[in-house]
Design a protein around this ligand. Structure first.
Ligand SMILES: Cc1cc2nc3c(=O)[nH]c(=O)nc-3n(C[C@H](O)[C@H](O)[C@H](O)COP(=O)(O)OP(=O)(O)OC[C@H]3O[C@@H](n4cnc5c(N)ncnc54)[C@H](O)[C@@H]3O)c2cc1C
Length: 468
């Protein structure tokens, strides 16, 4: 193992992975330091992949997708246990880690398992998982240490029935009832996935609204779906106390009400994982949530040879954007020109039903005072929707009246996170509503909803000049 590298990457989640691989492709010497037991970060071990695998398992074993045909009591497996959920998870994670290890080895990326700490502006010390210490220097550094769950003192976390968003994936058993505190993306995903398992879920959010970056009409539809399936949604409810007694968790709300459940998931916020990183030694500061400030295009920090990418820099904190950021940061650090980033990226919320958006919401269009028209399609209007027995699902499209350009698309329902990429392409290629009218779509597909929503908007808009 060398003592000096062109680039040292701290953390092996999506941002670290793509940064390291990009640097290796540029024939640079790269060391990745990872303090976890395995490579992959939050994304592979406690966040993205485990929660999406859990969702897939629940959707399959519960027979959720078939219930509109066979009734709400239909199940593929009568009693779904924690072991059923875990077995698919372990296989998926093993596969993910194996692919990542192979990518690193194939590309000659060196790996050291241990915790990295800056000891100067150009040097780190790594305490190996075996306790051994070693020092390294590099020309450039990429910090991709991600986040850890926020754990406030008033929540009695206990690894058994009061869990944070990293621990829930180790689900000791499937509870009969669950309280989720925090209706952010993670809270909403777990609340709806657990509800699909017939767990009685109460979702508590101190604010009066949730997922504010999504179009209000879409959230209204989604809220209706959640309530329809039995989720008890308590908005505007702050928690004053949490107590564990007699195998139950009792949550007291400031409005005087109390909620009791077998298990509690606290999913209100995450903090940048920077506390043990020795940032003082390299003269870097963080904000109150442990996040590092960087240039939004190059990911360069206030110390020019140190870059940071992924969740540790804050918004949007997605695996998808972290992958992009890591690669761009490595290119900039190593003086390699790279393409400009497209303005619009999608958000995927893997709730049940899932949601995905790209571009502006109706509220944003109104704020910017852009004259616009709306096109809506319901999945039950599509033949594919009939075949699949879909009872919910909609696509909403916003179009500029002035330029006819697509401004944003919001989708709720089966396949939303895949379907959204059509919107993303049209948005980033500056396409207009006419695209959906001119083009033929496969039939029967859910993508046909674009055509229907496009027609719906088009029919309400002044017609383009078709004389040529
Ligand atoms: C429950 C959940 C569901 C999610 N679902 C989605 C989703 O569906 N889609 C999506 O795009 N995103 C999703 N995300 C977000 C996604 O997981 C993160 O955006 C992504 O993992 C961030 O990648 P990263 O590279 O910044 O860091 P991380 O994946 O957080 O990895 C950071 C790594 O750095 C290591 N590390 C930290 N400090 C040190 C140190 N001092 N020395 C050495 N190593 C260190 C850690 O051990 C960790 O392995 C989800 C997150 C959660 C929690």
């Amino acid at each position: 193992m060398k003592k000096h590298y062109d680039l040292i990457v701290i953390g092996s989640g999506p941002a670290g992975r793509s940064g390291a691989l990009q640097a290796a492709k540029l024939k640079k010497s790269v060391l990745v330091v990872e303090r976890g037991r395995q490579l992959g970060g939050v994304s592979v071990h406690t966040g993205t992949i485990p929660s999406k695998t859990l969702r897939e398992t629940v959707m399959n074993l519960s027979g959720w997708r078939e219930r509109s045909f066979y009734g709400r009591s239909y199940r593929v497996k009568e009693e779904i246990k924690a072991e059923d959920l875990k077995s698919r998870l372990l296989k998926t994670l093993d596969h993910e880690v194996d692919v990542l290890e192979h990518q690193f080895t194939r590309n000659r990326v060196e790996i050291l398992m241990g915790e990295a700490k800056f000891v100067g502006t150009k040097g780190i010390e790594v305490t190996g998982n075996d306790g051994e210490r070693s020092s390294f220097t590099a020309d450039k550094f990429l910090i991709t240490t991600g986040t850890r769950p926020f754990r406030p003192d008033y929540i009695p976390f206990n690894d058994v029935n009061v869990l944070d968003s990293d621990e829930i994936i180790e689900l000791p058993r499937v509870p009969r009832s669950l309280v989720v505190i925090g209706a952010g993306v993670i809270g909403v995903e777990y609340a709806t996935i657990m509800q699909a398992l017939d767990v009685h879920v109460t979702l508590i959010e101190p604010r009066d609204s949730f997922l504010d970056f999504i179009d209000k009409t879409m959230i209204q539809e989604f809220t209706h779906e959640m309530r329809e399936h039995g989720i008890d949604l308590r908005l505007g409810s702050s928690v004053s106390d949490v107590e564990c007694k007699d195998d139950m968790v009792h949550v007291s709300l400031e409005n005087g009400r109390q909620v009791s459940a077998e298990m509690l998931l606290f999913a209100a916020g995450r903090m940048g994982a920077t506390d043990n990183l020795g940032l003082d030694a390299c003269r870097l500061e963080t904000d109150h949530r442990g996040r590092i400030k960087v240039d939004s295009k190059t990911y360069q920090s206030a110390v020019p040879h140190i870059y940071a990418a992924g969740d540790v820099i804050g918004f949007p904190s997605l695996a998808s954007t972290s992958l992009q950021q890591g690669r761009v940061a490595a290119c900039h650090a190593l003086d390699e020109p790279t393409l400009k980033q497209s303005p619009w990226f999608p958000y995927g919320i893997y709730s049940v039903p899932e949601m995905s958006t790209c571009g502006m919401s109706e509220e944003e269009v109104q704020e910017r005072k852009i004259p616009y028209e709306v096109g809506v399609a319901r999945f039950r209007e599509t033949s594919r929707g009939h075949i699949m027995g879909l009872e919910n699902g909609m696509l909403k499209m916003l179009v500029s009246l002035k330029t006819r350009r697509l401004l944003g698309v919001q989708i709720m329902g089966e396949g939303a996170t895949e379907l959204i990429h059509i919107a993303q392409a049209v948005l980033n290629l500056k396409g207009t509503v006419d695209y959906f009218i001119e083009n033929t779509f496969n039939y029967p597909t859910l993508a046909e909803a674009y055509k229907i929503a496009g027609m719906n908007a088009w029919n309400k808009m002044p017609k383009p000049d078709l004389s040529e």
